[in-house]
Design a protein around this ligand. Sequence first.
Ligand code: UTP
Length: 277
Amino acid sequence: MIGKCLFPVAGYGTRFLPATKSMPKEMLPIVNKPLVQYGVEEAIEAGMSNCALVTGRGKRAIADHFDISYELEHQIAGSSKEQYLSGIRDVIDRGVFTMVRQREMLGLGHAILTGEPLIGDQPFGVVLSDDLCLNKGGPGVLAQMAALYEQHQCSIVAVQEVPREEVDKYGVVAGVTEGDGLTRVSKMVEKPSPEEAPSNLAVIGRYILTPDIFDIIRNTPPGKNGEVQLTDALQAQAREGRVLAYQFEGLRFDCGSVPGFVDATQYVFEHYYGQPE
Ligand code: UTP
């Protein structure tokens, strides 16, 4: 079983300035819960209770969020307000949180390599918490992927169909269909133009990676935008038939963009807020 999940949370979140000037993007709340907590809850549900956070400067609030706040706890102990803390207390009790800092933001691939000492030589999940994934009444996306890993024992990327004109915001995959929602990936391209995209299947922020990815990233030169791209490293595994793309069950909101963030807020307010967890 996969027990660890990596959370690259070092990015600048420039699309949310000025909100993200002194506050991490991952602490922006969807209704009353920060984005990163949704991701951590999804990982714990999938059995990955060991959460490895790749943070950066100005991200201390994330570490504090997954720790006890003594003053606050003392202040509201025994009052009706205590209930508001029960959700995060439960997360803190069930999870183990480790952290490492990415000193320079050299891309997602580099962020993942920075997390290697926290992961070691074992398969692991990756959650980009600015992609909010929800599957009301069913297993979360990472739990779906963990079950698939048990069968296939290779890297798995979550994908969804996007309009052709939007492929240039994503890593895009192509390959051979293997069954319901599964594609054996032969090609991966980072942010292609609509004309050069091999399909409209876009990779979103959920991965299961085998640990050989670390050595591959180490040997991957910077790609698009001068960043070390995870897509380029995954392409090396894909060439050997060791990557599956999975069209998951559930919804995904791009909360790294303002329209996606607003849609997610609306959806969570309507379908989750005030309902028993
Ligand atoms: P994004 O490019 O979407 O995030 O990276 P960003 O840079 O924070 O946002 P914008 O584009 O400036 O608005 C995807 C994920 O990878 C992480 C980010 O934190 C985000 O969760 N990331 C990216 C890192 O941790 N380190 C990096 O060097 C780059």
